[in-house]
Ligand binder design. Structure first.
Ligand code: ZN
Length: 596
């Protein structure tokens, strides 16, 4: 039964610390810093003594929980009150603590890598490491791909002014970019680059066209610098991979994603074979706007406007999510109501809050929190369902130890997308929803399908071609433009107008310049398709599927993606057939969209 109105829209962090800078908080900080320092020196002195290694592994886990607890608390406070300088300063402090803990982990990893197989087996067999085997094996694997400690330390120091400096150059240069733009009504304005994307998502096509062309100029003006930055980032990575004994540039992103090359190739093969499915959504979009095909500036624009949304209150949104969850998945509905009751959700519109939404939590307290700002749109309601889906994933993982509960980016979006899809299918079958609202939701769904099945795979194709060519040296601006056009033609085919490609997308897409992770693209496609496959099975099998869904979520931190899918779903991720079935799951929505 839904809980009585109203639903609280303000969270409480009181169970974490009595207050920021209160005595319990100050004492927690001091002991944590002290304990990390002690453990760091113990880890750097590790030899091959099994009991001592086991002790350090377990202590590291417990320290990680405490550090995560404090980080999550500070993250919540700083989002909630973006101008609080005392919180900001503690956030900077904890970033240095994270750096210390990275060094600690590096020592532990190299100690594990240096062990003989027999000693390592003895570590794994220690009863205190039960259910931590997967995490400990990954530590050893990482240790095996490290250079000598002093070389890693030198690389980390040089990266500050090398690799990461290229990324900062990109951020600084593009952060200052602005361009004069003539709006469709004839007035001219200087527009900051940060507004360009929003303008290109506007329903008015003339406005999108103007923003695209005017906003292209600063990237062209700076293309030589931007190409140097992109080449510098790739070149540094390739050198480091070589010294670490990693033969392929995909090895690291695949390891981070906890997946194999065979799964990645199978997924891409299925996408290319079934590319006509998501392309159909773009053909329909072109038809709706009355053109023969789309331009790049049409791709993120809704073709069906949101009906008047102003009427959606927080209470209505919560009641709607509650109804959809409770009807399809009662345990999730109950959890959502508990979250509200315990004040674990922050949604109040208020000045000084940071934009965006996230789910966080404390493994030390076994509690979750959701952060967002509710402005009364359907989009915000979908965000709520998305973030509560993430929180549910953590809730299912609560009984697991921390070493068995951290999951890779590839598996991170499964539960959130699942939550979103429950809400959306609830809305589509809701007789109170107007046909206009349903058409709007279908259009939004197809925008997502395009992003995950065409646009992001296009970014992967480009990045892969770029890294392949970079092995032979710097890639010129002309060649970058060509590679970008080739990737777009390959994925979009004739759904883009002949003059509709964006050869400068390599420069305007910030993701290519993130220095912490490479290939910030295929894990998203993987997560999207996997959640489509899971939801399709839920629809086909009904509630009897839910226990298997939960065992899937519970296993996400203790095995590779392939093993989790095989053990809990009987699915083979290395088979293109699995991915083809996942792709075909969008077909009913696509067909409904085509009828709009
Ligand atoms: Zn998410």
């Amino acid at each position: 039964m839904p809980s009585p109105l109203p639903y609280p829209d303000r969270w409480s962090l009181d169970s974490w610390f009595s207050a920021f800078a209160a005595p319990d908080y100050v004492a927690f900080k001091a002991t944590l810093a002290q304990d990390i320092e002690t453990l760091k020196s113990q880890a750097s002195a590790l030899g091959s003594e099994v009991t001592e290694i086991v002790r350090v592994i377990n202590t590291t886990e417990a320290l990680g929980d405490r550090m995560g607890h404090l980080s999550a608390f500070l993250g919540c406070l700083s989002a909630d009150d973006a101008n609080n300088e005392a919180v900001k300063s503690d956030e900077a402090w904890i970033a240095t603590l994270h750096a210390e803990s990275t060094k600690l982990q590096a020592s532990l990893q190299s100690a594990l890598a240096a062990l003989t197989d027999a000693s390592f087996d003895a570590v794994l067999a220690n009863p205190s490491l039960k259910h931590a085997e997967y995490a400990v094996k990954r530590m050893r694997e990482e240790g095996r791909h490290q250079m000598k400690a002093e070389m890693e330390a030198l690389a980390a120091d040089l990266n500050v002014n090398g690799l990461h400096a290229w990324g900062r150059l990109y951020d600084t240069l593009t952060g200052k970019m602005e361009f004069p733009m003539t709006f469709p009504d004839g007035h001219t304005e200087t527009v900051p680059m940060s507004r360009r994307r929003a303008l290109m998502s506007e329903p008015d096509r003339k406005l999108r066209e103007a923003a695209f062309h005017a906003g292209q100029k600063p990237f062209v003006d700076h293309e030589v610098t931007l190409a140097a930055s992109l080449n510098g980032i790739a070149g540094t990575r390739l050198s480091l991979y070589g010294h670490r004994g990693l033969p392929h540039f995909l090895d690291t992103p695949l390891f981070d994603g906890g997946m194999s090359r065979a799964s990645l190739d199978a997924m891409l093969e299925a996408i290319h074979t079934h590319i006509e499915l998501p392309r159909r959504a773009l053909r329909k979009a072109a038809k709706l706007q009355g053109t023969s095909a789309l331009h790049f500036y049409d791709l993120e624009a809704p073709q069906i406007a949101a009906p008047d949304e102003k009427t959606l209150s927080w209470d209505d949104a919560c009641a709607t999510v509650d109804r959809a969850f409770s009807a399809a998945y009662p345990a999730l509905g109950q959890y959502f109501r508990d979250m509200l009751k315990q004040r674990w959700i922050e949604a109040q519109p208020r000045a000084g809050k940071r934009p965006g939404a996230f789910c966080t939590g404390s493994e030390w307290k076994h509690e979750e929190r959701v952060y967002m700002t509710f402005h009364g749109t359907v989009h915000d309601m979908v965000t709520l369902a998305h973030e509560v889906g993430h929180a549910w994933h953590s809730c299912v993982l609560r009984p697991a130890r921390s070493y068995a509960s951290s999951y890779p980016m590839t598996l991170a979006e499964t539960a959130s997308n699942f939550g979103e899809m429950i809400l959306l299918s609830g809305l589509m079958s809701d007789s109170n929803m107007t046909p206009e609202m349903k058409a709007y939701l279908l259009d939004q769904e197809m925008l997502r399908a395009h992003a995950y099945l065409i646009n992001i795979p296009m970014r992967y194709e480009f990045e892969k071609a770029f890294y392949t060519e970079h092995a032979a040296g710097e890639v010129s601006v002309t060649r970058l433009r060509e590679l970008m056009n080739e990737a777009q033609s390959k994925l979009y085919g004739d759904t883009l107008l002949p003059e509709g490609t964006d050869p400068m997308f390599w420069a305007s897409k910030m993701h290519f310049f993130i220095t912490e992770v490479s290939f910030y693209n295929f894990p998203y496609v993987f997560g999207y398709l996997l959640s489509q496959a899971l939801f399709a099975r839920f629809q086909a099998e009904g509630p009897s599927f839910l226990p298997r869904y939960e065992s899937f979520l519970a296993a996400t931190g203790s095995a590779s993606c392939e093993a989790v899918a095989r053990q809990t779903l009987g699915a083979d991720l290395t088979s293109p057939d699995f991915w083809a079935t996942a792709l075909r799951a969008i077909e009913p929505t696509l067909e409904a969209y085509e009828k709009v």
